[in-house]
Write a protein that binds this ligand. Structure first.
Ligand SMILES: [Zn+2]
Ligand SMILES: [Zn+2]
Ligand SMILES: [Zn+2]
Length: 161
């Protein structure tokens, strides 16, 4: 089903990034103290309630509705902390702007990214997952994590063409 979608979608570029392993917490990270802070919780709420895949500025905008006057530096700090704790995952698509989404208990998924409207479509196909394992194994490569991003036009934007 996903494969059919992929064909309709028109694959432009397929990028497989081996995501960097989350670096161990630096001693300067105040994660522990920060854990229950209202700001950090508010940002986690923003990421869970909005449509997802927000950049830091969008997170900031949405967070301001919850905590008026919250600064962008605080948002960056909270995001860094949440990523370090594994509650949020950061990824950088081809436009070079980091996006954030809740992680943790959420299942792994890959993204179909519309270059016209910017939509992120979450998709996963067990066969593609297996193929990646096989590809890695062929190179004696042990996968820590992966990210598959496919760029093109979403159903709506493809119709407009
Ligand atoms: Zn995947
Ligand atoms: Zn689109
Ligand atoms: Zn996603």
């Amino acid at each position: 089903m996903v494969l059919t979608e992929l064909l309709e979608f028109g694959i432009m570029i397929t990028v497989i990034n081996m995501a960097k392993k989350t670096p161990p917490h630096s001693k300067t990270c105040d994660c522990q103290a920060y854990r229950r802070s209202r700001r950090r919780e508010a940002i986690l709420e923003v990421l869970s309630s909005e449509s997802g895949h927000l950049n830091a500025e969008q997170v900031h905008k949405a967070a301001q509705r919850r905590i008026p006057g919250i600064g962008i530096a605080t948002v960056y700090r909270a995001l860094k902390c949440l990523c370090g704790c594994g509650k949020v995952s950061e990824f950088i698509p081809a436009d070079g702007v980091a996006r954030y989404e809740p992680a943790g208990e959420r299942a792994h998924h890959d993204h179909l990214i519309c270059t016209a409207c910017g939509a992120f479509i979450e998709a996963v196909d067990p066969e593609i997952e297996r193929l990646q394992e096989r590809l890695a194994a062929r190179h004696g490569f042990v996968i820590a994590s992966h990210r598959l991003e496919i760029y093109g036009l979403c159903r709506n934007c493809a119709k407009k063409k």
